[in-house]
Design a protein around this ligand. Structure first.
Ligand SMILES: [Mn+2]
Length: 448
């Protein structure tokens, strides 16, 4: 009797897209960036074979565009043919990027590939040793937007392990991608595992039955998709999940690195600054984060296969170079980054600085002594702290920033006319405003 089976939950392959990288990297790095999305899926298939899984779920956006390119379609099929040789089934729903309004496939699909209908919720029974081990229910997007609560028709009996596949933005701003709440999903009876796609960040929304999880994008493609991408590996025995792991897939990782110019760093010119940046960047731990969930322990083995890191540096702190930094021209800035990138020698993997954000400030005399000299600085800090804490003042402040700022949660449908912001950016704005006020006050009071 087949009491145990294994599957992989993947989503958002976006075959046909490539990694964004700025500047002039070597031909070798450029080639890695244009191949990474494809080699990511190849790794998924290798891992599926190595782990002897019974099937793979792909929860939407197999292709980056509904107009499948010959290359991406052919690549997908070739990988699935490899899986077919070892009896691994592939279950696919199409998402907003590869919606199936009419027959889109350029080639015949291998027999192990099952594409769920875009007309109505479709159920597949997965058999092993002539026994049904699982049922898979789902529905592909017909058009680029799907506003219906399609999961309400995901109706299954409670006679085996039930998996529901859904491409959804959950409660996001945009109602075009199957809006739903966690409770609405939980209310659908008899589902053991909700395999979600669309949001490119790995996230387990429920870690008890039913498991509800986004596997995220296996290979991120820009700074908006940072960190180690991957897929979930799930082992089921007697209808119970006995093991669930996050398997890292990405071999090129986008990473934000914060560098703080401290009092101990003597930064007198750009040579010193370059030196500090190189030192701090090399010091960064380029390893996987620990699994954030008891169920999920990231496998460390991939570290051997990492090809490189694309970095965004955020420089903070006070420096006497502030004036020169502010007056850097576009060309100077490009040259500065280029010089840094030249210094990184490739060892096991490459390091590539994609951009540098300067959040530095001018040198100033010790703030504590300013407070002693004039109580206005203490008052100022009190007022500013009101905005740094969660509460009505902060909400009002964000409102006052104006509609030009919009929280862009997904890389889907970015509103190009708006500035993206998050808590970190708000904090930065507040602290920069604080700097400015202190500076002006100090000037007026002749403290500097
Ligand atoms: Mn996607």
């Amino acid at each position: 009797m087949s009491e145990t089976f294994r599957f992989i939950h993947a989503a958002d392959l976006h075959l046909g897209s490539f990694l964004n990288i700025k500047g002039n990297p070597s031909e070798e790095i450029k080639a890695l960036c244009s191949e990474a999305v494809y080699s990511g899926f190849e790794r998924v298939c290798n891992i599926a074979t190595a782990h002897k899984v019974d099937f793979i779920l792909i929860c939407g956006d197999v292709y980056d565009s509904y107009l499948r390119s010959v290359r991406s379609n052919r690549f997908f099929i070739n990988q699935c043919l490899r899986l077919s040789e070892v009896n691994i089934g592939v279950y696919v729903i199409y998402g907003n990027h590869d919606a199936a309004s009419n027959k889109q496939e350029l080639f015949d699909m291998p027999i192990n590939v099952h594409i769920l209908s875009s007309d109505s919720a479709e159920i597949f029974e997965v058999c092993k040793d002539n026994e049904i081990i699982a049922k898979i229910v789902g529905k592909s997007y017909k058009l680029r937007a799907e506003r219906e609560k399609i999961y309400e028709n995901y109706l299954l009996d409670n006679d085996c392990f039930n998996i529901a596949m859904l491409h959804t933005a959950m409660e996001g701003d945009n109602k075009n991608y199957v809006p739903c709440t966690l409770d609405e999903l939980k209310a659908i009876p008899n589902i053991d595992y909700w395999a979600l796609g669309h949001i490119h960040k790995t996230n387990i929304l429920s870690n008890t039955r039913p498991i509800i999880a986004f596997s995220g994008i296996p290979q991120g493609r820009d700074m908006g998709e940072p960190g180690q991408g991957g897929v979930f590996y799930v082992e089921v025995c007697k209808k119970e999940i006995v093991n669930m792991e996050f398997l890292p897939i990405a071999t090129i990782i986008y990473k934000k690195v914060e560098i703080i110019i401290g009092e101990e760093n003597k930064i007198e010119n750009f040579s010193d600054l370059t030196e500090l940046i190189l030192e701090k960047t090399r010091e960064e731990p380029y390893v996987l984060p620990k699994g954030s969930n008891e169920l999920v322990q990231a496998k460390q083995a991939i570290n051997e296969e990492i090809k490189g890191y694309i970095l965004q540096l955020v420089i903070k702190g006070r420096t006497e170079l502030q004036d020169k930094i502010t007056h850097m021209k576009e060309d100077d800035y490009k040259q500065f980054i280029e010089d840094i990138n030249k210094e990184f020698s490739e060892e096991k993997y490459f390091l590539w600085v994609d951009s540098i954000i300067f959040r530095t400030a001018q040198l100033m005399q010790d703030f504590e002594s300013m407070k002693m000299k004039n109580s206005i600085f203490g008052d100022l800090d009190e007022v500013i702290n009101l905005y740094r804490e969660e509460g009505e003042d902060r909400v009002q402040l964000v409102k006052n920033l104006g509609s030009i700022w919009k929280k862009q949660i997904f890389t889907e449908n970015i509103d190009e006319d708006k500035f993206d912001f998050d808590e970190e950016i708000i904090e930065d704005i507040i602290l920069q405003a604080r700097e400015l006020v202190i500076e002006k006050l100090a000037e007026a009071l002749e403290l500097i």
